[in-house]
Design a protein around this ligand. Structure first.
Ligand SMILES: NC(=O)c1ccc[n+]([C@@H]2O[C@H](COP(=O)([O-])OP(=O)(O)OC[C@H]3O[C@@H](n4cnc5c(N)ncnc54)[C@H](O)[C@@H]3O)[C@@H](O)[C@H]2O)c1
Length: 339
């Protein structure tokens, strides 16, 4: 198949590994922010985001060559950070071949005049004819790029063809007809990974014991809320119990920017201080704006989302559960809430 990947960041370049291994024609398009990355990749150097060289035979396209990159594409994978998605789609949608599948790896919510909406819903509103799919599941760009075993999920009403085409012996892509479920899990897992990070970062006090029971309770609470949110979006409440939910939450809670932010806040830093410090290192924490937008998305039913509500309050109040007993209690009470 002919694939075009939009975004030459970590995930965009990582997709090239399984796609080239599957024998596909792969074009990687870099945004106007990716010039240095493309230069490095053309020189044969490792991608700065993954530390891995680009798969052989992948064609590179500069920002101004978007039309050529999209010409004849059968599937377009979007690996643009949520902050840049609108600008990129403004340029790409008019050039999209009508039969192409548009598969979004970008996750989260966008604000609208009518409140936050899931990214795929916003894209659907702009391009109702587009054949939309979402890519989720437990996947880290550097491991996919390096060809390590990974399970991913394509959510779409008819996902089998794309899932099968993208799969290799080490990169197994499951087809999931529950597109809303995959969307919701992908959009919310960064938010809940912050909570897991908080449990990992809490001071261990005299005995040096980690807060593993609390972490497990938070994990369970997060999965229940993913299930509630999926049902709200019209999806199957069981989807979060598979790779799109528990799988992705596990890997996101082990490493990555959202978990690191949670660890810092759990360890006693104010959220604003931790965010500024990470931004200064060029590390944007997608889960923070997503937490506020997600809370807005469920605003009329917030009682069903106690952990989301508690995280929103911590961020609003700029409070750290590691330094403020009341803030810690807020998270603990959310974790201890039953069904
Ligand atoms: N890194 C992962 O393991 C991983 C896994 C699955 C999904 N994703 C998702 O893929 C998306 C990209 O993640 P990444 O890790 O590749 O990030 P990255 O920072 O390495 O790359 C971001 C890409 O978005 C573009 N971009 C960023 N801000 C922009 C702006 N303001 N205007 C235009 N373009 C902009 C960059 O040029 C680049 O192409 C994110 O939504 C992320 O959640 C990442």
């Amino acid at each position: 198949m002919r694939f075009t990947v939009l975004g030459a960041g970590a995930m965009g370049s990582a997709f090239a590994t399984p796609l080239r291994a599957g024998g596909h024609d792969v074009r990687l398009w870099g945004t106007w922010l990716d010039g240095e990355i493309l230069e490095t990749l053309r020189a044969g150097g490792p991608h700065p985001g993954t530390g891995v060289r680009l798969a052989e035979g992948c064609a590179l396209y500069d920002a101004e060559d978007l039309a050529a990159a999209l010409d004849g594409a059968e599937a377009v994978l979007v690996a643009i950070s949520s902050a840049g998605l609108t600008d990129v789609l403004d340029r790409a949608l008019p050039l999209l071949p009508p039969a192409a599948v548009l598969a979004l790896a970008t996750k989260g919510f966008v604000p609208t005049d009518d409140g936050p909406v899931l990214i795929p819903d916003a894209v659907r509103a702009r391009a109702p004819e587009a054949r939309l799919a979402v890519v989720g599941g437990p996947c880290k760009a550097n491991e996919v790029a390096a060809g390590r075993p990974t399970v991913a999920v394509v959510g779409a009403r008819e996902a089998e063809g794309l899932a099968e085409a993208m799969s290799t012996p080490v990169y197994r892509v499951e087809a999931c007809a529950d597109e809303p479920g995959v969307e919701v899990c992908a959009a919310l897992k960064n938010v809940y990974a912050i909570a897991l990070g908080i449990a990992d970062g809490l001071p261990t006090e005299a005995g040096g014991q980690p807060w593993h029971d609390l972490r497990a309770a938070l994990f369970t609470r997060a999965v229940r809320e993913l299930s509630e949110a999926t049902a709200r979006a019209g999806g199957d409440p069981a989807t979060p119990y598979g790779p799109a939910g528990v799988g992705d939450l596990e890997v996101t809670g082990l490493s990555g920017r959202n978990k690191v932010f949670g660890v810092r806040v759990g360890g006693g830093e104010r959220p604003s201080v931790a965010l500024d410090a990470m931004a200064a290192q060029g590390r944007l924490v997608e889960g923070v704006p997503a937490a506020r937008l997600a809370r807005g998305w469920v605003a009329d039913d917030l009682d069903r989302f106690p952990l989301l509500a508690a995280l929103g309050e911590l961020l609003d109040g700029d409070r750290s559960p590691g330094a403020d007993a009341d803030a810690r209690d807020r998270i603990v009470q959310a974790a201890l809430r039953g069904r």
